[in-house]
Design a protein around this ligand. Structure first.
Ligand code: AHG
Ligand code: MN
Ligand code: MN
Length: 283
């Protein structure tokens, strides 16, 4: 596993360099979710594939930017599911973006995730990773090396509210839930990049990030294997909760396709309990 984490550190430095120096325009292609790919999406995907292809413990790769599963080593133990550049459409307005990695052993379902990590490319490069035995570990890069800063623990209750999805298409009970948090004094924090948005909530002690199902996208937008589940794991390891719109733990998701999505709620305990109440979910 250390080899995988060391490789993530190496690719993070390379992707950061690409973001800072390369063309921010569109490639002439679409990904499996029907989104136009940016040249930076394609480049980041290439950097990650190149870095993992010679690592024999890696059995296969699943990427937001690839249709199917890329088989690497038959004898390998782990499948790495990744979003090479999350929030990539924010690069041209100079907001923070990220990379997300879920490391699975065996069949591709949430309960088989054994570790996860994400990188934030902002004013600094930061990395957060966790295994089943650890709380999320927060690192910051300096001169190309990642220095450990601290372990991350969520408070029981936070102050931040990051509500995703097109508001026009929210269900009434979802709107009531979001409005109720603001009426309790919560502050809006939503950049449109789940990595910096979820990172902010983790580091500022708590709050909630939601991306619900909406009338136009009933299963939400965020993809299970490489966006939802890696963060669900990190939030649970930090002492918070991560559930779908029925109150099921996101760590129980079983996708039927690598690019399946799920409504998702990540937060500290107080806010998730509020959400369950607003959604009429029995304890
Ligand atoms: P990606 O750039 O990898 O396609 O992901 C963007 C995601 C996520 O980072 C963010 O939270 C969400 O899309 C934002 O969606 P809205 O613009 O619908 O809020
Ligand atoms: Mn993404
Ligand atoms: Mn992406």
């Amino acid at each position: 596993m250390q080899t995988i984490f060391d490789t993530i550190k190496k690719v993070a430095i390379k992707i950061d360099h690409a973001i800072k120096t390369e063309d921010l325009g569109y490639a002439d292609s679409e990904n499996s979710s029907g989104e136009d790919q940016l040249k930076l999406d394609v480049k980041s995907d290439y950097i990650i594939e190149e870095a993992f292809k010679d690592i024999s413990i890696v059995k296969s790769l699943v990427s937001e930017e690839k249709e199917g599963v890329l088989e690497l080593h038959d004898e390998g133990k782990y499948t790495i599911c990744y979003d090479p550049l999350d929030g990539s459409s924010l690069a041209d307005v100079n907001l923070s973006v990220g990379s997300i990695f879920g490391i699975y052993e065996g069949e591709l379902k949430a309960e088989n995730l054994v570790a996860s990590a994400y990188v934030v490319y902002g004013p600094r490069i930061e990395l957060v990773l966790a295994t089943k035995e650890t709380k999320p570990q927060h690192y910051r890069a300096q001169n190309g090396l990642f220095n450990f800063i601290s372990e991350i623990t969520l408070n029981e209750k936070g102050k931040l509210n990051a509500p995703g999805g097109t508001q026009q298409n929210w269900a009434d009970y979802h709107k009531t839930f979001v409005d109720d948090l603001f009426a309790q004094g919560y502050r809006l924090r939503y950049s449109g990049g789940m990595v910096p948005d979820l990172h902010q909530i983790l580091l500022k002690g708590g709050g909630i990030f939601s991306y619900p199902g909406t009338s136009d996208v009933p299963n939400g937008k965020l993809r299970q294997l490489f966006e939802v589940v890696p963060f669900a794991f990190l939030y649970e390891q930090a002492g918070g909760q991560a559930v779908n719109d029925t109150g099921m733990r996101l760590m129980e998701l079983i996708p039927s396709h690598p690019h399946d999505t799920s409504p998702c709620f990540f937060g500290s305990n107080y806010e998730i309990e509020n959400m369950k109440q607003a959604y009429g979910i029995k304890a």
